[in-house]
Structure formats: structure tokens, C-alpha cells
Design a protein around this ligand. Structure first.
Ligand code: NAD
Length: 494
């Protein structure tokens, strides 16, 4: 399509997306403006994009409210499902264009974006299949009353997404929100707004009533994000991002008693026992360390390795780090693109310095890439630290870069203690050939998702979310649908 062709041009030409999608129309920002989106592989702007201010957000919330109280709110579930299926089909047709937009904006390797995006299309179909199935129940009391529950949409949802996986984060919110009958104002991150704006076109083409989904890119603090959180007409905020931002949102949104779901960060343990299938464990552990250039909340960034196989695992990490092809993200041979923006690059490099200063052993990578193909972008080498202790900052804090920390352990007890010694609790992986151990250890890990002899297996149907500092509530699965519904109990005197 034209949009893909334009997005694929890396000759310095600029894509222009100068309007917001509000109330089914493409409108110029009232009190927002235009911002540049940087291609992180080239370190220069590749798109000019509209962003919203407080009046734009208010307009989008009003449009969402009108749709909720009007055509969308009155539409039977099976008709909402039909519209959602049409959208899912369009999404699949445009998968490549969407993936290219995501890659230009975020720098993630196109091969990863492509693999993800076709999964989203299936996910939207799955959500469509739930749009007419949220039934209530009857509650037996006695002959004098008839009591029953109905499930009703929470209302207008403000969906605030991060820059690492803009399309996935949007699909995790739009899918259940629309299936529940809610309406949405989507605010993508300021670094990666383009693919999300493009979703507006698909909703328009699919024939959604105006205002069901509105897309208003913008900034967080003092910007569209904060205005959305403060707006009394927004019933729920569905947020993915950093813990500190979630706390600010909680304080600001608490005044209006909004509902919240928070998908936050992680520092996931990836435990390799000596009795594991080492080849498979290594494939998963090394892949997961460098997926998304390390910018994934589910990254197995703390690799806990039982001592008898520790040296072998370190050796293999070093060897495989050297084989990662780091380069232009649009090239489908590329494994790993750049960091998504300059601040993230600086953050990753500063953690590499911290690791060195803390006494961890840098055994691979550790530098920004400065060759001709890389110098202008935010590329960093796949990096491995050995002999890390779990007390070090590189083992405790989320780096969000391609930095693996390899920590040795002696026995099961120690592995569980190390795994749980974290303020995060999003995901965990464990590799063992002993089925009893798999059950024992999985049951003791304080994380919302535990993978055994696999890693980063995520589906629309499997609930995903964090214990502890990794979040509130779940996305994916019927649990996610629940979080977009209220329960009304009706009691009728007979
Ligand atoms: P961030 O918190 O800086 O920003 C996320 C979004 O919030 C952006 O759209 C931003 O504009 C907005 N925002 C910022 N301040 C705001 C405010 N005061 N009010 C309202 N909105 C505000 O996070 P990020 O740096 O974009 O994303 C990286 C983080 O996201 C990492 O911690 C990562 O682990 C996490 N993440 C979690 C998951 C998950 O599913 N658990 C998935 C992806 C990313």
C-alpha cells in the first residue's frame, strides 16, 4: 500500500500524519500541535505527527461518550462482533504496512514486528468472538425476590501505551474494551505514534460508528496522557509503561475514582537447572535477552544458572552474542535494531557502566556501535555480564536494553529465593528435565506468568500481568474482559 511504500523510504523524506482521529473524523489539533517522530536507526526525524492538547482530549472523550450512549451502546453484541471482525480482517490485510510503521518508529527489527502483527489480527478475531458472550447469572434467594446480575461496559476507556510495542499494547486494550462494549481514547507514546494513528484509518474503513475509537497522540506529563487521566469523563485508564508513571496516574486519577489496569516493568528470572535440555534453554535465554533490543517487559534479564552448567552457559552467551546481526531494522535479515530513542540508549550505556563499577564481569559487548551502518542511530552491542550477584543494581533494576546478567546458584531452594528476591513479579522461566521440580518451583514463584521449558509464550487467551511492582490486573484472557465490565445486580420483588 502507499503508506507502506512511503514508510519504507529511508532517503530522508518525511511522512506526514497531521491530524488526530476524533469522532470518526480527521481533525487538526486545537491546542496541541505537530511533533517529529525520530527514526532511531538514523537518529533523525522520519515523520511529522499531530499531537493533542487538553481541548483535543476533551473533544475525544466527548465523542467516546456520545458513541457509548448512542449507536455503539445500543448495538447488540453480535453486531459489535461483526464490526470487530471486519477490523481484524483489514488489520491482517495491512499487516505488513503496520509492521513497517512500527519498525520505522520504534526501531524494532521488521522480522519481529511482522511476526507480532499477524498475531494481533488473530487476537482481534478472538476478542470479537467474546463480544456477545458476557452473560450475568441468576442468584437463588427465595420466592419473594428474583435476583440476577448483568455485565455492563465500564464506559469510556483511556488507553495509554508505551513506545516499545505500540501495536501490541494497543491490541491488548482495544480488543477486550470493544468486546465489552466500551469506547476508547487511545494515546500512544510520543516516541512511536504513527502505527497507532494508522489504526484510526482501519476503524474508519471497517465502518465503526464515529467516536467508538479515537486516537490522540501526545505527551505524558503535562500532555494528552495527563489530561486523559484527569478528565472526569474517563471511567477507566488502561496503562502500560513504567511503575513511576503508574503511581503518578494513580494519584491523579484517584480523584475521579477511575478504574485502572497497570502493565508495568519486570526483571524476570530465567532459571536454568543443570538437568535441563541445555540447547533449548540456551536458545530461549539468549533470544529473550535480545528480543526487541532488550526493550521488553518480559525479558529474561536475570539468567539464574545452576553451577555445574554455569561456565558452559556463560561461554554460549558470549558466542551467541557475537552472532547477533545488529543493523537496519527494515532489513529482514537483521536480528536486532537500535534502542528506540536516545534517552533509552543513554540509560542502557549508563547501566553498563554501573555493572562494571559494581564488579560484575563484562564478558561480551558493552559499547555503542559506531560503524558506518550504525553511527547515526542508537545501536548498542548485545551485552553479557557474568558473575553477577542479585544485590547489584544491574540485577535489581529494569535496564530495558540488551543486557543479560548471569547469576550462579547451587540448589532449588536458592534458585527460588533469588527468583523471588525482586520488587518485580511479571514473568519467569524455568528449564528442567524433572517434572516434579517443574511443578514445585513454578508453584513458588511470585510472578504473573511462569514458563516451563519454554519462554515468552504469550497468547490473547492466556492472562498476562504482574505480581508486586509489575502491575495491577490482567490483560489477555477472559480476565481482561472482566476488567472492562461492571457487574449490575438487580433484585426484583415478586
Ligand atoms: P512511560 O511510563 O514513560 O510511558 C508510557 C506512556 O505513559 C506513554 O504514552 C507516556 O506518554 C504516558 N505518560 C507518561 N507520563 C504520564 C503521566 N504523568 N500521565 C499520563 N500518561 C503519562 O513508559 P515507557 O518508557 O513508554 O515504556 C517502558 C515501560 O513499559 C517499561 O517499564 C516496560 O517494562 C513497560 N512495559 C510493560 C509491559 C507489560 O505488559 N507489563 C509491556 C510493555 C512495556
Amino acid at each position: 500500500s502507499t503508506i507502506e511504500a512511503t514508510a519504507s523510504l529511508t532517503d530522508g523524506s518525511t511522512l506526514r500524519h497531521e491530524r488526530l482521529f476524533i469522532g470518526g473524523a480527521w481533525v487538526e489539533p486545537e491546542d496541541g500541535g505537530l511533533m517529529e517522530s525520530i527514526d532511531p536507526s538514523q537518529g533523525r526525524p522520519w515523520a511529522v505527527v499531530a499531537y493533542g492538547g487538553s481541548r483535543d482530549v476533551a473533544k475525544a472523550v466527548d465523542a467516546a461518550r456520545s458513541a457509548l450512549e448512542g449507536p455503539w451502546g445500543r448495538m447488540p453484541g453480535h453486531e459489535r462482533a461483526a464490526l470487530m471482525r471486519r477490523f481484524a480482517d483489514l488489520y491482517r490485510e495491512r499487516a505488513r504496512a503496520l509492521a513497517v510503521l512500527e519498525t520505522r518508529d520504534s526501531g524494532r527489527a521488521l522480522r519481529e514486528s511482522l511476526a507480532d502483527v499477524s498475531g494481533h489480527a488473530t487476537a482481534y478475531h478472538w476478542w470479537a468472538s467474546l463480544a456477545d458472550k458476557h452473560a450475568g447469572r441468576t442468584i437463588p434467594i427465595d420466592d419473594s425476590v428474583h435476583a440476577f446480575t448483568t455485565r455492563v461496559p465500564v464506559g469510556v476507556v483511556g488507553a495509554i501505551t508505551p513506545w516499545n510495542v505500540p501495536l501490541m499494547a494497543a491490541s491488548w486494550k482495544l480488543g477486550p474494551a470493544l468486546a465489552a462494549g466500551c469506547t476508547v481514547v487511545l494515546k500512544p507514546a510520543e516516541h512511536t505514534p504513527v502505527a497507532s494513528l494508522e489504526l484510526g484509518r482501519l476503524f474508519e474503513e471497517a465502518g465503526f460508528p464515529p467516536g467508538v475509537v479515537n486516537v490522540v497522540p501526545g505527551f505524558g506529563k503535562d500532555g494528552a496522557g495527563e489530561h486523559l487521566v484527569a478528565h472526569p469523563g474517563v471511567d477507566k485508564i488502561a496503562f502500560t509503561g513504567e511503575g513511576a508513571t503508574a503511581q503518578a496516574i494513580l494519584r491523579a486519577g484517584g480523584d475521579t475514582m477511575k478504574r485502572f489496569t497497570f502493565e508495568l516493568g519486570g526483571k524476570s528470572p530465567h532459571i536454568i537447572f543443570a538437568d535441563a535440555d541445555l540447547e533449548q534453554a540456551l536458545n530461549a535465554a539468549t533470544n529473550s535477552a535480545w528480543t526487541l533490543c532488550g526493550q521488553s517487559c518480559a525479558l529474561g534479564s536475570r539468567v539464574l544458572v545452576q553451577r555445574p552448567v554455569y561456565d558452559r552457559v556463560v561461554e554460549e552467551f558470549v558466542r551467541r552474542a557475537g552472532r547477533v546481526r545488529v543493523g537496519p531494522p527494515l532489513d529482514e535479515a537483521t536480528h536486532m535494531g537500535p534502542q528506540a530513542h536516545g534517552e533509552q540508549l543513554a540509560k542502557t550505556l549508563s547501566y553498563i557502566d554501573i555493572g562494571r563499577a559494581e564488579g560484575a564481569e563484562l564478558v561480551a559487548g558493552g559499547h555503542r556501535l559506531t560503524g558506518p551502518e550504525h553511527a547515526a542511530g542508537y545501536f548498542v552491542e548485545p551485552t553479557v555480564f557474568a558473575n553477577v550477584s542479585n544485590g547489584m543494581r544491574i540485577a535489581r533494576e529494569e535496564i530495558f536494553g540488551p543486557v543479560a546478567a548471569l547469576i550462579p546458584f547451587d540448589d532449588e531452594e536458592e534458585a527460588v529465593a533469588l527468583a523471588n528476591d525482586s520488587s518485580y513479579g511479571l514473568t519467569a522461566g524455568l528449564w528442567t528435565g524433572d517434572v516434579g521440580r517443574a511443578h514445585r518451583v513454578a508453584a513458588r514463584i511470585r510472578a504473573g506468568m511462569v514458563w516451563v521449558n519454554t519462554y515468552r509464550f504469550i497468547r490473547w487467551s492466556t492472562p498476562y500481568g504482574g505480581f508486586k511492582g509489575s502491575g495491577w490486573g490482567r490483560e489477555n484472557g477472559v480476565e481482561a474482559l472482566d476488567s472492562y465490565l461492571e457487574t449490575r445486580t438487580t433484585v426484583i420483588s415478586t
